[in-house]
Write a protein of this length. Structure first.
Length: 60
C-alpha cells in the first residue's frame, strides 16, 4: 500500500509542477498557486509515508 500512496504523491507532484509551469507561462496566478498547493500536498503525502515506514521498521 505504501508504494501505491507514494505513486499517487508523485503523480500529484508532477500535476502540480505542470500546472505551476502553465501558470508561469500564461501569467495566471491562480494556476501558479494551485500548482504549488498540489506540490505541497505531495510532500505531505510523502512525509506521511515516511512516518509509516519508520513505525513499521520500529515494530519489526
Amino acid at each position: 500500500m505504501s508504494l501505491e500512496n507514494r505513486a499517487k504523491a508523485a503523480a500529484k507532484n508532477v500535476e502540480g509542477k505542470l500546472q505551476e509551469t502553465v501558470g508561469d507561462l500564461t501569467g495566471n496566478t491562480k494556476d501558479q498557486l494551485q500548482g504549488n498547493a498540489k506540490q505541497a500536498e505531495a510532500k505531505v503525502r510523502n512525509a506521511a509515508e515516511d512516518v509509516k515506514d519508520e513505525v513499521k521498521k520500529a515494530i519489526d
